[in-house]
Design a protein around this ligand. Sequence first.
Ligand SMILES: Nc1nc2c(c(=O)[nH]1)N[C@H]1C(S)=C(S)[C@@H](COP(=O)(O)O)O[C@H]1N2
Ligand SMILES: [Mo]
Length: 323
Amino acid sequence: MPVIRRRGWELPEHLATPEHLFLDRRAFVTAAAGIAAGSLVPDLALAQRVTDAPDPTANLYPAKRNEKFALDRPVTDEKINGNYNNFYEYGTSKNIASAAQALKTRPWTIKIDGMVEKPMELGIDDLVRKIPIEERLYRHRCVERWSMAIPWSGFPFAKLVELAKPLSSAKYVRMETFLDKSMAPGQRSLSYYPWPYVEGLSMAEATNELAFLVTGAYGKPIAKAHGAPLRLAVPWKYGFKSIKSIVKFSFTDKQPKGLWEELQASEYGFWANVNPQVPHPRWSQAIEELIGTNERRPTLLFNGYGDYVADMYKGLEKERLWA
Ligand SMILES: Nc1nc2c(c(=O)[nH]1)N[C@H]1C(S)=C(S)[C@@H](COP(=O)(O)O)O[C@H]1N2
Ligand SMILES: [Mo]
């Protein structure tokens, strides 16, 4: 396990996991009870790891890299990236990789519904074989101020939109993660969270060239801790928009409310574009720490992806573009 050393400039301890709310007493009691119940099945993660079948799409990796998406920094070491995750379904610490082995990724059905010509359900393996995958090097900036650089594999979100054939009345895509307390201890212990995890994008954002549906990372099918078998990468937005383990895409005319906005609307909004000039209510966003290095850098507007995305927000300047 790589140890991530925290230095003096970083967040005080009580802010170290800011996406996690300060617990009120009642919530804390519920959470503690949930954790105690969860401890009855300590070996579940290990058992699952041993019995998992080989990934049926493994032969598609490594996918050809699309050189258009270049980095200004080295790729984060896979071991560090694979062991420093936010996946609240598996706990509120960063060290959830082992617990996430309880995630069962097959069979995995993806539902497309709402304002579409023809709603459909399809298995992840059919979906991944329908649309050619490629590799892209993307940066990732969490609202907690850390960042990484990842070689994701997957396909443009626009391809899924093409498949879904949304009606012209659809304005947003709402995405949902699985809901299954039996394989997600966080969904039991954090019982006051509005599970399942939900996130949303406008149609313009979803069809932006950068919006990427991820099926793999580091030249292989995506690890469970990263949100197997299908997660989103929208690198100009704060990390919490990049929903993991997606089971549903709903096309809608109502602006979706993500899990964090639902929990704490005063801190997390719909747009959530990286903006160093707008501090989170509890800390600055001016600087980021490159996890796994000793480096910190000034945060860039739209995480440096303004050339791709700035046009979408013309006229929206008065809206809350912050985390
Ligand atoms: N379902 C689900 N998706 C999620 C989260 C989560 O808790 N549950 N956390 C988000 C946050 S806050 C971040 S920073 C990224 C972390 O992705 P990584 O672990 O691959 O770095 O996942 C996002 N997607
Ligand atoms: Mo995050």
